[in-house]
Design a binder for this molecule. Structure first.
Ligand SMILES: O=C[C@H](O)COP(=O)(O)O
Length: 248
């Protein structure tokens, strides 16, 4: 379960979110893994304040060994800070900052090589969905990672249809299930049965306290990447939806 606070927050606001999370009663770590992903400038503060059973992710990193790349944050810096996860290939970076599939693949490979765990985002635009190319788009995004990575145990795939991010237009449970199932089949056919079974595929795009249970009940939805709702107390309800499959 990933709470991505995007480019939001002040010191006081982030502290308030962390306090809410720290005081929440949620299922244990063996049921749900919770990862909080604040902007770079708040990483150290969140790390020092956040409860120990929740983890932390950066929202991006540089693609190669750090050095003369002004303004970028290197994998080495994140490792030095003790940050275990990084989110890569978010659609806002792909679309607004022109990050290509290959560049996201390079970042994923380098982050993994230095011991970070990666939440790799894939997803189609509305135009791509309407033209029937959803599966081709997410497969191409996954392929660019697969061409650069041989071990998948530290990768989580996040399916985030661009048209659902921050729009209030959540994918229906069957739309999410269809793409998750196809992604798992793609992993099976192109990498192997073990990776297809063990790789977590999480959904992101307008998840909230009201729609999370139905989405979480889908067989191939293994969790969520939550944006807007992670800034609110309802994020706790979303975390608790991890028990839906257990009680089914
Ligand atoms: O950026 C965050 C995720 O992409 C999802 O955002 P959202 O839950 O606000 O749609």
């Amino acid at each position: 379960m990933i709470g991505l606070t995007t480019q939001n927050g002040t010191i006081e606001g982030v502290k308030k979110i962390v306090t809410t999370l720290n005081e929440a009663e949620v299922p244990s770590e063996d049921v749900v893994e919770v990862v909080v992903s604040p902007p770079f400038v708040f990483l150290s503060m969140v790390k020092s304040l956040l409860r120990n059973d929740f983890s932390i992710a950066a929202q991006n990193c540089w693609a190669r060994k750090g050095g003369a790349f002004t303004g970028e944050v290197s994998v080495e810096m994140l490792v030095n800070l003790g940050i275990p996860w990084v989110i890569l290939g978010h659609s806002e970076r792909r679309l607004l900052l022109n990050e290509s599939n290959e560049f996201v693949g390079d970042k994923t490979a380098y982050a993994l090589s230095q011991g970070l765990k990666v939440i790799a985002c894939v997803g189609e635009t509305l135009e791509q969905r309407e033209s029937g190319s959803t599966l081709a788009v997410v497969a191409a995004q996954a392929k660019a990672i697969a061409e650069r990575v041989s071990i998948w145990s530290n990768i989580v795939l996040a399916y985030e249809p661009v048209w659902a991010i921050g729009t209030g237009k959540v994918a229906t449970p069957s739309q999410a299930q269809e793409v998750h199932s196809e992604l798992r089949k793609w992993l099976h056919d192109n990498i192997g049965a073990e990776v297809a079974t063990s790789t977590r595929i999480i959904y992101g795009g307008s998840v909230n306290g009201a729609n999370c249970k139905e989405l979480a009940a889908q067989p191939d939805v293994d969790g969520f990447l939550v944006g807007g709702a992670s800034l609110k107390p309802e994020f706790i309800d979303i975390i608790k939806s991890a028990t839906v499959k257990q009680s089914a």
